[in-house]
Design a protein around this ligand. Structure first.
Ligand code: SAH
Ligand code: DHB
Ligand code: MG
Length: 223
């Protein structure tokens, strides 16, 4: 068994016992694949972690950047009370359409709102509405813009809010200062911002499993 086969086997074992996909989550993945969306949703175990973090956070309002087919959206929205709100920003109208169907099938269309467009266009519009602060922000779109998404998350949250950034390892490239890929530079800049910002306390965790070698960053807004 290769190293990565072992990671997959353990991920499958954990998913089976701790984070099984129910019908709505399974259907969301199936329809996303059928529609040709890339298979880059969070894993089952990661999705369950997002749901648990939203619960631990006591979240009533969640902001997501990067919807894809709505898999992570469904997990997080399930942690919300009936009068909770999840706003998810998605660039691709096609992805948003698939996600909207998946979210409706999961019975969450009253709680979830998808806004189509580049997140850097949607975020200032959202801020103009003076929304109540978000309790959790999940950043999972174009990695190049991660530093901007962190800055917007800071404007849209409160002391005690949680900011999560997905895909901060990318096979280890994040730690290679010679790597000039815009996604890697965006990720490095975001990590360094999380570490140096006076209003944030943060960490990052490496993960292995069905999505290979990757990881996520967690930051708490302190003031
Ligand atoms: N959060 C999803 C996966 C998101 S994949 C899950 O785990 O289930 C990244 C998504 O970000 C893709 O759907 C892509 O179309 C979207 N995206 C890319 N650039 C974007 C941008 N500038 N603004 C908003 N969404 C963007
Ligand atoms: C990619 C994007 C993601 O959000 C992810 O979780 C995995 C991969 C990508 O663009 O390759
Ligand atoms: Mg991701």
């Amino acid at each position: 068994m290769s190293e990565s086969q072992r990671w997959d086997a353990v991920d499958a074992y954990f998913a089976t016992h701790l984070a099984p996909d129910d019908e709505a989550l399974e259907a969301a993945l199936r329809d996303s694949e059928a529609a040709g969306l890339p298979p880059i949703a969070v894993t089952a175990a990661q999705g369950k972690l997002l749901e648990l973090l939203a619960q631990i956070q006591g979240a009533r309002r969640i902001l997501e950047v990067g919807t894809l087919g709505g898999y992570s959206t469904i997990r997080m929205a399930r942690a919300l009370p009936a009068d909770g709100r999840l706003i998810s920003l998605e660039y691709s109208p096609r992805h948003a359409e698939v996600a909207a169907r998946n979210i409706a099938r999961a019975g969450l269309d009253k709680i979830v709102e998808i806004r189509v467009g580049a997140a850097l266009d949607s975020l200032p519009r959202l801020a103009d509405e003076n929304p109540a602060p978000f309790d959790l922000v999940f950043i999972d779109a174009d990695k190049e813009n991660n530093p901007h998404y962190v800055e917007w998350a800071l404007k849209l949250t409160r002391a005690g809010s949680l900011i999560i950034v997905d895909n901060v390892v990318r096979g280890g490239r994040v730690a290679d200062p010679a790597d000039t890929d815009p996604d890697v530079i965006g990720t490095r800049t975001a990590i360094e911002l999380l570490g140096s910002h006076p209003r944030l306390t943060a960490t990052a965790i490496q993960t292995v499993g069905a999505k290979g070698y990757d990881g996520f960053a967690l930051a708490r807004v302190t003031s």
